[in-house]
Design a protein around this ligand. Sequence first.
Ligand SMILES: Nc1ncnc2c1ncn2[C@@H]1O[C@H](COP(=O)(O)OP(=O)(O)OP(=O)(O)O)[C@@H](O)[C@H]1O
Length: 258
Amino acid sequence: MKVEVELHKVSFSYGEGWVFKEISLRLTGGVFYALLGPNGSGKSTLLSLISGLLVPQEGEVILCGKKMRKMPLREVARHVALVPQDFFVRFPYTVYYTVLTGRFPFSSGRWAYSEEDHRLTKHYLDEGGILHLADSPVTALSGGESQKVAFVRALVRETPVLLLDEPVSNIDVASTLNFLKKARLLAQEGKLVVAAFHDLNLASLFADQIIFVKGGQVELWEDKREALSPQNIQRIFGIEVVPYESPEGELYLLYRVE
Ligand SMILES: Nc1ncnc2c1ncn2[C@@H]1O[C@H](COP(=O)(O)OP(=O)(O)OP(=O)(O)O)[C@@H](O)[C@H]1O
């Protein structure tokens, strides 16, 4: 059965005013969703609600038919991995140990990692191009290296749901393409991938469907070309874009600057 996440009439507030009021959304495995919206529109909040880090005041987040608020966090963590916008570790653990702890929901205790956990850690460090940093303390990394550790730490959990909050904002172009190709492959294999982006072209190149977040509401567009029309981009971001189709049929949006 395909993994599924449903938000049913979800309302969420941090204390003053609603970030979301009665939003509903159904997301399924096998799809790479790009989450787009202006600063402060609620992309990170939505990802935190889907990952179980935040619990809505009203409505339900339902993961594979189960109400998330009734699931133990460890069970949620076996299903959902999140690459946060800011990945910050205060203690100088090694990169290797930091990635290994991504397997924590499957371990039977702090030091009880299996041979498989270690094998996966080495595998994903290598795939993410950071095996050479394995023994470095995470407190002594560049911004991009840190972000790669966060991405690899999420991949190593091999969850059916992968949530990415601006996952490549500090990462160089070659590594960006490497990581997003990996995420797209996971979606093609049946996983549910949701990635918040500011770069509309990364959304166009990698996503299957688009979710716009604005004014406390969400809009799911199954046809990404329709979603990324100049009219829609003007409505959501207030900017003018000119669409360009490459000979390979990829849609790019060129920004028009007065
Ligand atoms: N911890 C918090 N406490 C109070 N308000 C918050 C908190 N985190 C976010 N907010 C507010 O909630 C709203 C949504 O924030 P969120 O971080 O989800 O937006 P975003 O779309 O991810 O923004 P950005 O593109 O800047 O990352 C904003 O108005 C923000 O100021």
